[in-house]
Write a protein of this length. Structure first.
Lengths: 481, 460
């Protein structure tokens, strides 16, 4: 197949081909895949940047296909800014933004969102909080006024907080129903320990959420929601001049302040590979999270790791998915990723595995985690690189996609021409690079294998794999006495 | 990570695209320009040009879904969808995804009660690859099909069922409701995913027969949307698809058995859940029928946002429910209207039911305010604009209208359906449909059957 040509091929722009469209009547040979023409020239939209005097950064991309625009206010603080003794604050601050401002009540805000036909939603993550607005340009001014009010003047009303707190407590209760959700909380708690910001439960615990006050939320908001800690990403049917003028008017009075620093302690050293088993009686599937501490976003090995991970578990034809799903039928899907953050986030491989095959699946996971450390065949490497390079324009089609692509640029201070250099950066990754980063960052001898499943059914088989000792944990990842 | 998905009904297609934009006001919903024609072998082709991004979406709809299955072989249409990715005469197994990835493409498929779709989005130069692959499996799937391939995807689909249903809190509610709402011979009485037993029973002969019956150019619509040259594409389509032989005339069902629910029916299902959940289901109408849009609006008014009748009362004011949702599910042949409520810990379902019935009763007696109608209509209007943002979105819209109303050029008429709904219509919907006997399922924690709802204020 011409496209997965030899490594010596030059950049994608010089991929061969002659596009031949044979006459329907002519000699048409269906048995061969078509030769494709060169991929289209990728021209990603230019990014205009501005900064207001108070430190708020603007990143603006024009896209005039439809009369729509997306505004993403990205604040550089998330759940890692929760005080260690009070997990869950950032998550609740986010949840409370639409519950009232100094001039609007909760129901009024909800009424306006629906009436205007916009989307206005907050999210909270490890190291950032966002408030996103998606609006038709016909409603731009009304939408922006509401957006700014919610972002800048939340009032954290006590009565609304009581309701939101109860909702959050019920959600924590219901997490016990979901093996995958349990695994996602227990896994980081186990590999980072509860002293590290990445090991804390971002949604809080029953105890911590019960103890929070609106004062806690206010303090967090005042400390972290500052213009010098924020970027506003704007994509759509607008112009930079228009945006700067409107945002200046709405956000210009936002006061800057020093942002508290977060100290990331050293994560605990991984011990030898251990199976952490969390009982979920009667579960039809076992939720697997296998991994260890990974790398920060600033790693020099970003592109090599991206290519390596695509091969291991980052695409449908990746090794993990092909093995566990398309060869053995143990799962509906398996994958892996490096979650790269300001500090080293986790590497993890995951899948929901049919209970009866939990032991067999573990052996296959380990086989692939070992196997990726060997040189990958050139064709497989090439295919992964092309997948990453050639899908790039498709990731810049809609205003929402473009805004999402700019988030890491803002959050990690990537160069503005990051995506324009992406194809070349991927091209530069070699077979040797992939092997090196696999060996450096995936250590099969020191992994945490977290499995949430029916202990009665699976424990003996897991033990018999001899992958590691079994430690029984509770749903928070803590040892059971 | 890609999956072969079950997509549930038409209403979810609309709701999934509903991301809120577009507003009240004179702004008309833009039409989607297209060209439609048919090949001699019956394949319908719809082309929409959009040169704003150098990508193309190829989206093939086969006019077959779970509603065409037989009892004893439920889940087969979706299983077959999986099998369509397992290689064909000129495409070795595994090569389908590998080739597409190497060309920078993403692909997937989905199955509903009414249709099965297969789509790729790719850089514009790779269009020919998608056409070659899709034509090969449309015309020449069987020569390389064997039992091991069927067995493998059977296992994958069983895992999909585990992940979406058996290992999912409240996952089995849907199939219980469908079996109670619809008579046994009704094509919507079983879920798209099917049962484990029926999945186990599927044979290679079934695969061959299904292919021969349904997977033919005369039972498919190929929509291409994006950055292409129409003259070139027409030649390619003719080349790759033109020589695929026409299949037998497909006799599609046009009627369904009558749905008769003489009185409220109360069911219980035990599950591994912390909290019970109430599911109310009424028989309603099929998609695009006269009341369908008004029922969509009713669902928004009842549970679409914080100010909606049920959410505001149950979740916001009384705080006795964790969440509430409502939707009109209008499919090709029939439809249902559903309200789901999760009580907060310690709340009795009877208390929830009293409020739900009181709110419905209030709406029936006193109607709705103009603002409520306006909000719901504006949300729908926004969704029509949002669907146009991606070439795949537009391809799906064209295919959907073509299939369900016989005309791809239906965006503005569809938007008009919602604009025409009046407050009186919404009131009438509640009276007509929510006044009918209903199916009430309570999913309860294991060992807690006594938590089930056994009587309801609103029904007969």
């Amino acid at each position: 197949m011409k496209l997965s040509g030899p490594m010596g091929t030059l950049s994608i722009l010089s991929l061969l081909a002659v596009q031949s469209v044979a006459d329907a009547q002519g000699t048409f040979d269906r048995s061969k895949p078509p030769e494709l023409g060169p991929p289209p020239q990728v021209s990603l939209p230019p990014i205009t940047t501005r900064q207001l005097p108070n430190g708020l950064k603007l990143m603006i991309v024009e896209q005039h296909e439809l009369p729509l625009a997306d505004f993403v206010l990205l604040v550089g603080s998330g759940s890692t800014a929760d005080p260690a003794s009070k997990p869950g604050i950032a998550n609740l601050v986010s949840a409370m933004l639409r519950e009232g401002t100094t001039t609007r009540k909760s129901l009024e805000i909800a009424d306006q969102i629906a009436f205007l036909g916009i989307r206005l939603s907050p999210t909270s993550s490890w190291e950032s909080s966002t408030l996103s607005l998606h609006t038709p340009t016909a409603q731009l001014d009304s939408a922006l006024a509401l957006f700014a009010d919610v972002a800048l003047h939340p009032s954290f009303p006590a009565n609304e907080f009581e309701r939101v707190r109860k909702t959050q407590l019920t959600e924590l209760l219901q997490l016990r129903d979901q093996g995958a959700a349990i695994a996602s909380i227990a896994f980081p708690a186990i590999i980072y320990g509860s002293a590290h910001p990445y090991g804390a439960p971002a949604q809080g615990t029953e105890a911590s959420v019960k103890a929070l006050t609106t004062g806690d939320l206010q303090s967090y908001y005042q400390a972290n929601f500052r213009p010098n800690n924020a970027t506003l990403i704007v994509v759509g049917d607008v112009t930079p001049v228009q945006v700067e003028q409107k945002i200046n008017a709405l956000f210009g009075g936002w006061q800057r302040a020093e942002i508290p620093q977060i100290n990331y302690s050293e994560p605990p050293k991984s011990g030898t590979t251990t199976i952490y088993l969390i009982d979920k009686p009667g579960a039809a599937q076992s939720s697997f999270r296998i991994g260890a501490v990974g790398v920060p976003r600033s790693t020099q090995d970003y592109f090599a790791l991206t290519v390596m991970n695509t091969i291991l578990g980052g695409s449908f034809s990746s090794r993990l998915n092909q093995n566990l799903r398309e060869t053995r039928g143990y799962t509906y899907g398996a994958g892996s990723r490096f979650d790269m953050r300001r500090s080293a986030g986790p590497f993890l491989a995951s899948a929901e595995i049919v209970t009866a095959k939990s032991d067999s699946a573990l052996l296959e996971f380990m086989k692939e985690l070992n196997g990726i450390r060997q040189l990958v065949p050139p064709a497989e490497l090439s295919r992964a690189k092309r997948y990453l390079q050639l899908q790039l324009p498709g990731n810049f089609e809609t205003t929402q996609q473009i805004a999402a692509a700019l988030v890491p640029v803002a959050l990690y201070g990537l160069p503005l021409d990051y995506y324009n250099n992406y194809v070349q950066s991927i091209e530069g990754v070699t077979q040797a690079d992939v092997a090196r980063v696999a060996q450096q960052y995936i250590n099969p001898g020191s992994l945490a294998v977290v499995i949430v499943g029916d202990r009665k059914t699976i424990e003996a088989g897991l033990k018999a794999t001899n992958i590691g000792p079994i430690a029984i944990r509770d749903i928070s990842g803590q040892p059971i006495q | 990570m890609k999956k072969r998905t079950l997509l549930v009904p038409l209403c979810y297609l609309i709701v999934a695209m509903l991301i809120g934009a577009g507003a009240a006001g004179a702004q008309a919903t833009p039409r989607i320009q297209f060209e439609k024609y048919s090949l001699p072998n019956g394949l319908e082709v719809i082309l929409h040009e959009d040169h704003s991004t150098p990508i193309v979406a190829v989206d093939t709809w086969y006019h077959v879904g779970s509603g065409d299955e037989q009892l004893g072989r439920t889940g087969f249409a979706h299983l077959f969808e999986h099998i369509m990715f397992m290689g064909s005469q000129n495409v070795p197994v595994g090569a389908f995804d590998q080739m597409l990835e190497a060309a920078g493409a993403n692909n997937n498929g989905s199955t509903t009660e009414d249709r099965t779709n297969y789509y790729e989005t790719l850089p514009s130069n790779a269009l020919q690859l998608a056409l070659w692959l899709d034509a090969d499996r449309m015309g020449f799937l069987l020569p390389t099909m064997d039992l091991p391939k069927v067995n493998l995807q059977r296992d994958v689909v069983k895992n999909e069922r585990r992940q979406r249903v058996d290992n999912q809190p409240y996952g089995r509610a849907d199939e219980i409701i469908l079996a109670a709402l619809y008579p046994k011979s009704h094509p919507y009485s079983w879920p798209v995913i099917g049962s484990m037993a029926d999945l186990s029973a599927a044979s290679l002969a079934d695969v061959q027969n299904f292919f021969k019956t349904y997977y033919a150019p005369n039972n498919a619509t190929l929509t291409i949307a994006g950055d292409f040259d129409p003259a070139t594409v027409k030649k390619m389509v003719a080349q790759y698809f033109g020589t695929i032989p026409r299949g037998p005339q497909v006799k599609r069902r046009t009627t369904v058995p009558a749905v008769v629910i003489p009185r409220d029916t109360f069911l219980v299902l035990e599950d591994k859940v912390q909290l019970p959940r109430l599911f109310y289901t009424w028989h309603s109408v099929k998609g695009f029928s006269p009341d369908d849009a008004a029922l969509d609006i009713l669902a928004q008014v009842l549970a679409g946002d914080k100010n909606s009748r049920l959410y505001k009362k149950l979740v916001y004011e009384l705080q006795i429910a964790q969440n509430v949702s409502a939707f009109q599910d209008g499919s090709r042949l029939d439809g249902k209207f559903q309200i789901d409520v999760t009580p907060k810990p310690g709340q009795q379902v009877a208390g929830i039911d009293r409020i739900v019935q009181a709110e419905i009763g209030n709406l029936i007696s006193n109607g709705i305010m103009p603002r409520e109608l306006q909000r719901a209509q504006n949300v729908y209007k926004a969704s029509f604009l949002n669907r146009l943002a991606s070439v795949l979105g537009k391809a799906e819209v064209l295919n959907s209208y073509n299939y369900f109303v016989g005309n791809p050029d239906f965006v503005q008429q569809d938007a008009a359906r919602y604009e025409r709904v009046t407050a009186a219509d919404v009131q009438r919907m509640a009276k007509t449909y929510l006044g009918r006997p209903k199916i009430v399922l309570t999913v309860v924690p294991e060992g807690k059957k006594e938590m089930m709802l056994t009587a309801s204020g609103g029904g007969r």
